[in-house]
Write a protein that binds this ligand. Structure first.
Ligand SMILES: [Zn+2]
Ligand SMILES: [Zn+2]
Length: 212
């Protein structure tokens, strides 16, 4: 069934309860798979090459591709991409496209639909969902938009309420953590052990930026 095609990776990610965003985990995995794909099997796929030629790569993903140290496949991809840029002013003047962003975004959209499908229909997934304490803001926003589109008027409010509940709890925890971190710069509290609050700014950034 179309709606459950990605239920294995989704269930695997939601089984982990380490306080990190389960959708970021999926997002990172998709990105890694796509980077490997681009420099490997996709080289021989004319359809994919047409897409990489047309879309190119954003700075972030080009840097990630460079890090893979596979210079020959990357050179081949860039050579034909440059030909495509030479041939099209429209492409040349649009630096916003990226094959990796596009492919990962397409999969993620399907994942959001699958997450909602599992949440709606599978008690065991609902338990995993409820056990997640943290979802980053970009994925919270994306799931909220998907819920408004794909869930019925009757189901959407319950899903949105659970998203909101997770966000409010995270915001409250992170705000307290930031306050303790800020207070540590006051000389009256110097030397106090910050413990987990040492990570206050990193945790806030993880909430705001997600998988990036
Ligand atoms: Zn996330
Ligand atoms: Zn990109």
């Amino acid at each position: 069934m179309k709606e459950t095609i990605y239920s294995i990776p989704i269930n695997e990610s939601f089984e982990i309860t380490d306080g990190q965003c389960p959708v970021c985990r999926l997002h990172r995995r998709l990105t890694e798979d796509t980077l490997e794909y681009v420099l490997g099997a996709a080289m021989m796929e004319p359809d994919v090459r047409q897409r990489t030629n047309a879309l190119g790569f954003c700075p972030e993903h080009l840097a990630a591709l460079m890090q893979k140290q596979k210079r020959l496949p990357l050179a081949l991809l860039l050579e034909t991409h440059f030909k495509a840029l030479t041939e099209s002013e429209k492409r040349l003047f649009d630096a916003s496209t990226c094959y990796v962003c596009d492919r990962v975004g397409g999969f993620l959209k399907a994942y959001y639909g699958n997450i909602l499908y599992l949440w709606r229909g599978e008690e065991s997934f609902r338990r995993k969902w409820n056990a997640q304490t943290f979802l980053c803001r970009p994925h919270t926003a994306a799931l909220a938009a998907a819920a408004r589109d794909e869930l019925s008027k009757k189901e959407a409010p319950a899903f949105l309420a659970s998203l909101r509940e997770k966000s409010i709890a995270s915001l409250s925890r992170m705000t307290e953590s930031l306050e303790i971190f800020i207070r540590s710069f006051d000389h009256r509290f110097a030397g106090e052990d910050l413990g987990e609050h040492k990570q206050a700014v990193q945790n806030a950034a993880a909430f705001l930026c997600g998988a990036k």
